[in-house]
Design a binder for this molecule. Structure first.
Ligand SMILES: Nc1ncnc2c1ncn2[C@@H]1O[C@H](COP(=O)(O)OP(=O)(O)OP(=O)(O)O)[C@@H](O)[C@H]1O
Ligand SMILES: [Mg+2]
Length: 453
C-alpha cells in the first residue's frame, strides 16, 4: 500500500496539535483530513472512506470513544488509533477492547506516530491480501507471459503498453480464450498502480441479486443475509485497479450505478444513505460485441462510452497462426518446467497449424495438455492430438465451429478439403464432384492454403 492512497482523518480539539500533525502527515505523503470534534468526525467518515482515523479521546460533546463506536460499527475496515492523555490508561484499554487498533499517549514523538501508522498500514495490507486470496479475486490465470510475434498481437501489445501508463478505462474485446484476462493483467502490471490491488469481478458468475453488494458493499441489516457491514470491491480496490470480466453480462439494473461510479468515483453501499468515494481504474473485458448489444438495447450506450475510452481488440488464434509454434513451446515450458523434454513432432505441428482453433489459445492449451499425458517418450505426435472439429471429421464437411457459426468461406474451404481427402487428393475427380473447373480448384487450393500431406 502506498501512502499516496492512504487517507487519514485526524480528530482533535487542540488546534495547534491538529495543524502540526496535519502538516507532518501530508509531507509524509498521506491524504489528510482534520476535524476538531466528534460530531464533525462522524459526519466526515460518512462522506469519505478513511484507512485510518487518529482519534483524540477527550473532546467536548461527543468524545473519542463514541466516535470509535460509530466507526467500528459502520466502517469496521477503518483502523483507529486513539490519542490519550497520560493517566488515561484505563480508557486506552477500553478503546482497544472496543476495536481500536492501538493508542498513543500524548504528547508522542512524530517517529512513534509514524511507526504506529506504518504498522497499521501493514496490518491493513495483510487483511486485504487475505481477503483477496480468500475470495479468489486474484486468479492465477492471466499471470503468465504473453507470447506471440505476429503483427496482429504486437499491435495490441503496443497499444496496451501505451494505455497502461494512463488512468483511462480500457475495454478488451475478443473471442473466448484469446487472452483477454492476460492482457488486463499486463496493463495492470505496467501501470503506475502496479503495487496496489488488482481486483477481479466476473460479472457473469455472480447472480444479479448479489452483484450490487459485491461491487459496492452493504450495510449491516441491508438484507436478510447482511449480518455485518461489508466492503464492496470498489472499496477494496481503492487506489488500484478493478477488472470487470465479462462485462457484457452485467445486469441492466446495476449498469446506471456502475456508470455513476465511473463518472464520479462515488457509490453507496446497499442499504446506506451516505455516499462514499473510491479511486479505481476500470479495465473491462468481454467476448460480446458491445456496440451491437447497445444497439439492441441490452447494454447502456453511455456506459459503453465510459468503459471504452480505449478499446483493444484481441485477434483470434486463426488470425495469427504463425504464433502457434511459440505458444506450444511456451505452454510446454510453463506446464512442465524449463527442463521438460516434451516435444512436438513436425507432423503434429503441421496438424496444429491447419486447425482453425474456435476456442483459441485456451483450446490449444487443452489439446496440448491432453496430448502431453497420452504421448509416448515425451514426443507428441500427430495421433496424440485430438482436434474435435477438424474439417475432415465433420459430417458432409459442412458445419460451424464450436460456439460460432461458420462463414461461407470457412464452409467452402472445409468442404473442398474434405472432398479432396476422401478422394485421396485426386484433383480432377474432386473438381468434377465439386462442379468447378480444375483451374478453379487449383486457385482455391492455393487461396485457402489447403495442404493434403
Ligand atoms: N498471448 C498469449 N501467450 C501465452 N498464453 C496465452 C496468450 N493468450 C492467452 N494465453 C493463455 O490462454 C488461456 C486463456 O487466456 P485468458 O483466460 O486470458 O482468455 P480470455 O480471453 O479471458 O478467455 P474467456 O473469454 O474464455 O474468458 C490462459 O491460460 C492464458 O494464459
Ligand atoms: Mg476471461
Amino acid at each position: 500500500m502506498h501512502r499516496k492512497n492512504v487517507r487519514v482523518l485526524i480528530v482533535d480539539d487542540d488546534e495547534s496539535y491538529r495543524t502540526t500533525l496535519c502538516t507532518l502527515l501530508e509531507t509524509e505523503g498521506f491524504i489528510v483530513d482534520a476535524v476538531s470534534d466528534g460530531i464533525q468526525a462522524i459526519n466526515v467518515v460518512q462522506k469519505n472512506s478513511f484507512e485510518i482515523v487518529l482519534l483524540d479521546v477527550k473532546m467536548p460533546n461527543v468524545d473519542g470513544l463514541e466516535v470509535l463506536k460509530f466507526v467500528k460499527e459502520h466502517y469496521p475496515d477503518t483502523e483507529t488509533i486513539m490519542l490519550t492523555g497520560t493517566g488515561d490508561v484505563r480508557i486506552a484499554v477500553e478503546s482497544i477492547k472496543m476495536g481500536a487498533y492501538d493508542y498513543l499517549t500524548k504528547p508522542c514523538s512524530f517517529d512513534e506516530l509514524l511507526a504506529t501508522l506504518n504498522r497499521t498500514m501493514e496490518r491493513k495490507k495483510l487483511l486485504r491480501d487475505n481477503l483477496l486470496m480468500k475470495s479468489e479475486l486474484t486468479r492465477l490465470a492471466g499471470t503468465g507471459e504473453i507470447v506471440g510475434q505476429s503483427a496482429a498481437l504486437q499491435k495490441v501489445l503496443d497499444m496496451a503498453m501505451k494505455v497502461a501508463a494512463s488512468d483511462s478505462t480500457v475495454l478488451i474485446q475478443g473471442p473466448s480464450g484469446t487472452g483477454k484476462e492476460l492482457i488486463a493483467n499486463f496493463i495492470f502490471k505496467n501501470s503506475s498502480r502496479k503495487d496496489d490491488p488488482f481486483v477481479t469481478l466476473n460479472c457473469a458468475s455472480i447472480p444479479e441479486t448479489l452483484i450490487e453488494s459485491e461491487l459496492f458493499g452493504h450495510e449491516k441489516g441491508a438484507f436478510t443475509d447482511a449480518q455485518s457491514t461489508k466492503q464492496g470491491l470498489v472499496e477494496v480496490a481503492n487506489g488500484g485497479t478493478l477488472f470487470l470480466d465479462e462485462i457484457g453480462d452485467i445486469s441492466p439494473i446495476i449498469q446506471p450505478k456502475l456508470l455513476r461510479f465511473i463518472q464520479t468515483g462515488e457509490f453507496r453501499r446497499v442499504g446506506a444513505t451516505t455516499t462514499l468515494k473510491s479511486d479505481v481504474r476500470i479495465i473491462s473485458a468481454t467476448n460480446k460485441d458491445l456496440a451491437s448489444e447497445a444497439a439492441r438495447g441490452k447494454f447502456r450506450e453511455d456506459l459503453l462510452y465510459r468503459i471504452n475510452v480505449i478499446t483493444l481488440q484481441l485477434p483470434s488464434l486463426r488470425e495469427r497462426k504463425e504464433d502457434i509454434p511459440l505458444l506450444v513451446e511456451n505452454f510446454l515450458r510453463k506446464k512442465y518446467g524449463p527442463t521438460s523434454q516434451k516435444k512436438v513432432t513436425t507432423k503434429a505441428m503441421e496438424k496444429l497449424m491447419k486447425y482453425d482453433w474456435p476456442g483459441n489459445i485456451r483450446e490449444l492449451e487443452n489439446v496440448l495438455e491432453r496430448a502431453a499425458i497420452l504421448c509416448q517418450d515425451n514426443v507428441i505426435d500427430e495421433d496424440d492430438l485430438f482436434l474435435p472439429f477438424h474439417p475432415a471429421h465433420q459430417s458432409n464437411f459442412i458445419g460451424g465451429k464450436t460456439g460460432t457459426l461458420a462463414s461461407l468461406r470457412d464452409v467452402e474451404r472445409a468442404h473442398i478439403e474434405g472432398v479432396l481427402r476422401t478422394l485421396n487428393g485426386n484433383k480432377p475427380k474432386a473438381a468434377k464432384i465439386l462442379g468447378i473447373s480444375l483451374k478453379t480448384l487449383y486457385t482455391k487450393i492455393q487461396q485457402y492454403g489447403i495442404r493434403l500431406d
